[in-house]
Design a protein around this ligand. Structure first.
Ligand code: FEO
Ligand code: CA
Ligand code: CA
Length: 627
């Protein structure tokens, strides 16, 4: 909800909370990666020094992936492009009906708080399919709203009354919706007992080390256990026991204070909380969001929230043991010894990559709460040699209590000297090996500015380019295929770039070419065959540094050969985010978020209609598998 749509969330955040310019980048040697890259020099990038100690990921056990489609050309049209022999159809849009009492979307008013409460949320993001009793339950994050869209009927696209503000609030959260296929296409099962809207007002509980701690107590909840709602849920995760993980990201932008000069604590500043919100105006209708009146309220958000989509009456649980930061997604892996390991990125410039390791082991049928409550958080440190280590965040290493570590996780990670990253987005695990991939979407501050905690952001390691505009994907393999090991080996899978306008390191790695180039990788997911899917949330100007890259897109990557091929292009001014498959893998569900965020789209309905974020179903004309 930025006033200026040309700014990213981070950029907008900086206008509210300017960062120190200090960074001794002039002492940083221009060092970088290449390191032979992997499997035959895919990453040999012109202009990069080749460092010794090249490290190949281990554990690639099986992997023959041939792309089952022809590459899709770049596009700037207001439509979805998929390969020949495939089709894409809308499954559910923002404000679509879920119950028989839902009111149909009104193009003129764009709905009310009452109609929004009983319809699909806005801006779809992370998403998972759950097969339950033969039904297909989609669980989907509704990350945020765009002022110009949700209040596009109002003067200056600003809320005119409390109902406008509440409509925006209720468009956030998570939606569980049963979908069905009628032999022709997918659609919402109206009145399914599983249909549910989880909003910023839904009661949930805090669990784990921070639950009940003084830092999370408020006047409304003196016990520090019961909290209301979740918002700005970005990526997702799925536990081995069939629950959904919604990941709270830019939670800070919703807090404000009546006194615009109100100073928040240093701990809140680290998370970007300030007296000014990002235009949502929630504090005008609920004191919870007034940080002067309720300074602990922001400590109750920024977590991973576990939701059981199989029970519409279940109480979501905020898992403080997994730490508090701007969570992107939560990739769960069951280690060889049964312990649960969860990989998580903190999507902000110069923040960290994390791992959680449970104390206990997972086995079918056990009480899984303890696995998400008792464990250790680690932050990643990358060395230029291709080695890496996980640094435990414990009272001994940080001087903080376990509860403080879980609330002020960024501060704990700074204390142990973790590597500042180029905005870690989704992490995904290769089903054919023990390797993990993480999208580092971009970072215009790399080499120039510290993060909000004052940590330097030197050029090097997996963040090899100053003022990184295009992003990269880092991957790593735990030592001995043990996800709880303190050590790992890493390399870069791809360095995005633009070979049309650059011939230096900004051209990208060798697996980037004129036919597949892209910027700002964000969503990542492996399909069951071991093919990597890459979704972008980047610049779509198609000009200057981004000439020839068109709208945001989705590509497939072969983890072994490094080949990357474009599969889908989204409509104008949209981000492609969220990816999962039907139980029979014949349908791929893809999220299309914020089409027309700058006013130049009428997708999906065309004409003069309001653009609406939506889930699409991608299928093959021959009925074959899609991943
Ligand atoms: Fe919500 Fe990091 O993207
Ligand atoms: Ca994202
Ligand atoms: Ca992004």
């Amino acid at each position: 909800m930025k006033d200026d749509h040309t700014l990213s969330f981070d950029e907008f955040d900086e206008t509210v909370n300017p960062r120190s310019e200090h960074c001794e980048f002039d002492t940083v040697v221009e060092q970088a990666i290449s390191r032979r890259g992997f499997l035959g020099g895919v990453l040999a990038v012109g202009g990069f020094a080749t460092l010794g100690g090249a490290v190949l990921p281990t554990g690639v056990k099986a992997a023959v992936n041939r792309f089952a489609f022809d590459a899709v050309p770049v596009s700037t049209s207001d439509s979805i492009s998929v390969p020949a022999g495939y089709k894409a159809e809308v499954v559910v849009r923002w404000a679509d009906a879920m119950w028989s009492d839902s009111v149909a979307f009104d193009q003129d008013t764009r709905g009310t708080a009452k109609t929004q409460a009983r319809t699909f949320g806005d801006n779809t993001d992370g998403m998972e399919v759950f097969m339950h009793e033969g039904r297909t339950l989609l669980t989907i994050n509704n990350e945020y709203t765009n002022r110009s869209i949700i209040w596009g009927n109002r003067a200056d696209a600003k809320p005119e009354n409390d109902d406008d503000i509440e409509k925006g609030l209720l468009a956030h959260g998570v939606t569980v919706v049963e979908i069905g296929h009628d032999g022709d296409r997918w659609g919402v099962v109206i009145d399914s007992p599983f249909n549910r809207r989880i909003t910023p007002n839904t009661e949930m509980i805090l669990t784990g080390p921070a639950a009940g701690h003084a830092l999370v107590k408020t006047d409304a909840d003196p016990a520090g256990i019961t909290t209301l709602g979740t918002w700005n849920n970005c990526g997702s995760g799925k536990t081995p026991w069939g629950t959904y993980l919604a990941c709270e990201e830019n939670f800070n932008g919703y807090f404000s204070a009546e006194d615009e000069n109100h100073e928040v604590s240093a701990e809140l500043k680290r998370y970007g909380v300030s007296a000014s919100d990002w235009g949502y105006s929630w504090a005008k209708i609920d004191d919870r969001f007034d940080v002067a009146k309720n300074p602990n309220e922001p400590n109750r958000v920024g977590y991973v929230v576990e939701i059981d989509p199989r029970d519409a009456n279940s109480t979501p649980k905020k898992r403080t043991a997994l730490g508090r930061f701007k969570h992107e997604n939560a990739e769960c892996v069951v280690n060889n010894d049964g312990r649960l390991v969860i990989y998580m990125g903190d999507d902000e410039r110069g923040e960290f990559l994390y791992r959680y390791v449970s104390d206990g082991v997972y086995a079918a049928g056990i009480d899984t709460d303890a696995l998400m409550e008792n464990g250790t958080i680690f932050a990643a440190k990358f060395h230029d040699t291709g080695a890496g280590e996980w640094l435990a965040l414990t009272p001994e290493t940080t001087g903080m209590t376990q509860a403080e570590i879980c609330v002020h996780t960024r501060i704990a990670a700074s204390k142990v000297g973790a590597t500042t990253m180029d905005r870690p987005e989704w992490v995904t695990a290769n089903p054919n090996s023990s390797e993990l991939y993480c999208a580092l979407t971009n970072n215009k501050n790399r080499g120039l500015k510290t993060n909000k905690g004052g940590d330097e952001t030197p050029v090097g390691g997996p963040n090899p380019r100053e003022k990184n505009k295009y992003g990269q994907i880092v991957r790593w393999t735990p030592m001995n295929d043990d996800h709880t090991s303190a050590e790992f080996k890493w390399d870069l899978y791809v360095l995005a770039g633009n070979p049309k306008v650059h011939s230096d390191d900004k051209a990208g790695s060798e697996n980037v070419n004129l036919g597949n180039m892209f910027n700002s990788p964000d969503g990542l997911a492996f399909d069951s065959t071991g093919q990597l899917w890459i979704q972008t949330d980047g610049k779509y100007s198609n000009e200057g540094d981004f000439e020839g890259q068109g709208n945001n897109q989705m590509l497939a990557g072969d983890p072994v050969t490094g080949e990357i091929r474009r599969f889908l292009v989204g409509p104008r001014e949209a981000e492609v985010t969220g990816l999962c498959w039907s139980g029979d893998r014949k349908t791929m569900f893809v999220g299309i978020q914020h089409p027309g965020e700058r006013g130049n789209s009428n997708w999906p309905d065309g004409g003069n209609t309001v653009p609406r974020s939506a889930i699409i179903a991608v299928t093959r004309d021959d009925g074959g598998l899609v991943g």
